[in-house]
Design a protein around this ligand. Structure first.
Ligand code: ZN
Length: 426
C-alpha cells in the first residue's frame, strides 16, 4: 500500500527541510512586500524596507503578527497579492462579529491545497479508487471543496453529498460502499444515530477524517468503536488556505503532523506574544511558505496547542507534530474563577457509563454571577447527581447537571453548537 502521497516532501531530513523553509520564507516575504501595500506598510513601520533586510527564519519573531482583525480591516481583497484575473476561487468564513474573512486562490494555490489534502488522505490509508463521502457543504465554507480538490488529486471516487439529508447520506454510503467519511464529529454522531433508526450497517466504512471542531479523546474512541473506523484529526482553516493545509495525525496517532515544507509553526504565549519552548501550550501561529494569492506571515490562529515532537515519527514522516487543539483563546470559559474548555466537559461526561454524546453547556448569568448548567442525554441508569459529582471531581467546580432522555436535545446537520448563553440579570 502507498504510504506517502509525496514521499520526498514528507520524509525529507530535518536539514533539508530547514534550508527549504529558509528559502521559501525569503521568497514569500519578497512576494508580499513587492505586491501588497498593506503588508508593505506594516513591515516598513518596523524599519524593514527592502526584502534584503530580512535574514532567515531566526528573524521571524521580529516580524509583526497578523490576526483575524487584519483580514476584516482589508475586506474584501486588501491583502491579496495577485490580480483579480488570476483568482480562480474564494472561500470565506463568517465570524460572530464584523466582516467575514476571505481567502482568494490562484491556480497554484488550488494545486497546493489539493497536494496538502491528498497527503492527508493517503496518510489515513486511502488508495486510488476508494469511495470518499464528503459531508461538509460545497460553498463558501472551505471544507467541502478542500476535501474535493484533495480527493481528486489522490485519485479517489468522490461522493459529494454535502451537508444534510442524513437518511440519504446513510443510503448512499451503503449503496456505494463508502470507505472514507469526511466531515465533523458532531455530524458523524448524527449519522450513527440515523443508521440505527434505519437499521443499516456500513461494513465498508473504515476511515473517518474529522475537522473544523475540536473533539475529545473520549468522543473519538466512542465513534471509532461504534462505527468500526479509524479516525483522523485534520487541521487547517480559512486563513491558511482551508482544511488539510496544516496537516493531520498519522496512523501512529502521536500528534498532528504539520506540513512543514508548506508552513512554519510557532507557539506563542497568547498574552505576551513571546515564543514558548516546545512542550509548552500556547497559541499556534502560522506562516505560509508557498501560497501566492494571500500568503500569511505569522498569523495568530487563536488555537491552543503545543509542539509535542520534532523527531522522526514511527510513520517515517519528519514533519513536526503538535498536540490536538485543546480549544481556542476566545472560547475558554471562566466560571467562578476556574478556566476550562468545552472539550474538557465533553471528555469528563463521556467517562460516565450510560451517557450519550449529546450535550449542552449552558452558561447562565444571574445578577452578574456566571454559573454552568450541563444538559446531557443518558440512559435511565444516570442521574443528575452522578453527572454533577463526576464533573466536580474532574473540573474542580460544580456545574448543575440535568439528564435528558435519548433524542430529547436538539440535533444539527453541521458543526454542533455546544455552548449556550442565558442572561437572567434582574
Ligand atoms: Zn507520523
Amino acid at each position: 500500500m502507498k504510504r506517502y502521497f509525496n514521499s520526498l516532501a514528507e520524509t525529507m531530513s530535518a536539514d533539508e527541510l530547514k534550508s527549504l523553509q529558509n528559502r521559501r520564507l525569503g521568497e514569500t516575504l519578497r512576494w508580499v512586500l513587492t505586491r501588497n501595500d498593506y503588508y508593505r506598510k506594516r513591515f516598513t513601520a518596523l524599519g524593514l524596507k527592502q526584502p534584503e533586510d530580512f535574514g532567515d527564519m531566526e528573524q521571524l519573531p521580529e516580524l509583526p503578527t497578523l490576526n483575524k482583525e487584519d483580514f476584516r480591516q482589508t475586506y474584501p481583497l486588501g491583502m491579496c497579492c495577485v490580480g483579480n484575473n488570476e483568482i480562480r476561487e474564494m472561500h470565506m468564513s463568517s465570524g460572530s462579529t464584523g466582516s467575514p474573512v476571505v481567502m482568494p486562490y490562484n491556480e497554484a494555490d488550488l494545486e497546493q491545497w489539493a497536494e496538502c489534502m491528498a497527503r492527508c488522505y493517503v496518510m489515513a490509508g486511502a488508495v486510488s479508487g476508494n469511495p470518499v463521502q464528503i459531508t461538509p457543504s460545497f460553498g463558501l465554507f472551505n471544507g467541502g471543496f478542500g476535501m474535493y480538490h484533495g480527493a481528486r488529486k489522490a485519485e479517489l471516487f468522490v461522493i459529494p453529498t454535502g451537508s444534510g439529508n442524513t437518511e440519504r447520506q446513510v443510503r448512499l454510503a451503503k449503496d456505494f460502499n463508502t470507505k472514507i467519511l469526511c466531515g465533523v464529529v458532531s455530524y458523524t454522531i448524527r449519522i450513527l444515530e440515523v443508521m440505527r433508526e434505519m437499521k443499516i450497517e456500513l461494513p465498508c466504512l473504515k476511515i473517518g477524517i474529522f475537522g473544523a471542531e475540536s473533539f475529545s479523546d473520549g468522543m473519538r474512541k466512542r465513534i471509532e468503536l461504534e462505527l468500526g473506523i479509524e479516525s483522523f484529526d485534520i487541521y487547517g482553516m480559512t486563513e491558511t488556505g482551508g482544511v488539510g493545509t496544516l496537516g493531520m495525525d498519522c496512523p501512529a496517532h502521536a500528534g498532528i503532523h504539520v506540513w512543514e515544507d508548506q508552513y512554519l509553526v510557532e507557539v506563542l504565549d497568547p498574552v505576551t506574544g513571546k515564543p514558548l519552548p516546545d512542550g509548552q501550550q500556547g497559541e499556534i501561529v502560522v506562516t505560509s511558505l508557498t501560497r501566492q494569492a494571500l500568503p500569511v506571515i505569522r498569523f495568530r490562529t487563536g488555537d491552543l496547542s503545543k509542539i509535542v515532537s520534532r523527531e522522526k515519527c514511527d510513520c517515517g514522516r519528519t514533519h513536526l507534530r503538535i498536540a490536538p487543539i485543546t480549544g481556542r483563546t476566545d472560547d475558554m470559559l471562566i466560571i467562578k474563577g476556574v478556566n476550562f474548555f468545552p472539550k474538557q466537559v465533553e471528555h469528563a461526561l463521556l467517562e460516565i457509563p450510560g451517557v450519550l454524546p449529546h450535550y449542552q453547556i449552558v452558561i447562565e448569568e444571574v445578577d452578574g454571577v456566571r454559573d454552568v448548567r450541563i444538559n446531557v442525554e443518558a440512559d435511565e441508569t444516570v442521574t443528575g447527581y452522578m453527572v454533577e459529582k463526576h464533573l466536580k471531581e474532574r473540573l474542580g467546580f460544580s456545574p448543575k447537571g440535568d439528564v435528558f432522555k435519548p433524542g430529547e436535545l436538539p440535533r444539527q446537520d453541521g458543526k454542533a453548537q455546544r455552548v449556550f448563553y442565558k442572561n437572567n440579570n434582574h
